[in-house]
Design a protein. Structure first.
Length: 71
């Protein structure tokens, strides 16, 4: 499936143990659900990071599929 291939490609840059354990990587619904759980647990700040600044498709995906659904 295309979405999973893109997720795998983008997550492959998370090479440190900390990132592999703490990062939220997945399809937009997975990321949105996780951020909602963080908000319910009183988190007031979440940082989104794009590892490839030239990956405009990833930026557009965040803007279209994730940000509109976040608190």
């Amino acid at each position: 499936m295309q979405a999973h291939a893109e997720t795998d490609r983008r997550s492959s840059v998370a090479t440190s143990a900390f990132l592999r354990e703490a990062a939220v990587v997945g399809i937009p619904d997975t990321v949105v659900q996780h951020i909602h759980r963080l908000a319910q647990g009183s988190a007031d700040t979440v940082y989104l990071h794009l590892y490839d600044a030239g990956d405009l498709a990833h930026l557009l995906l965040l803007g279209a599929e994730e940000l509109p659904h976040l608190p």
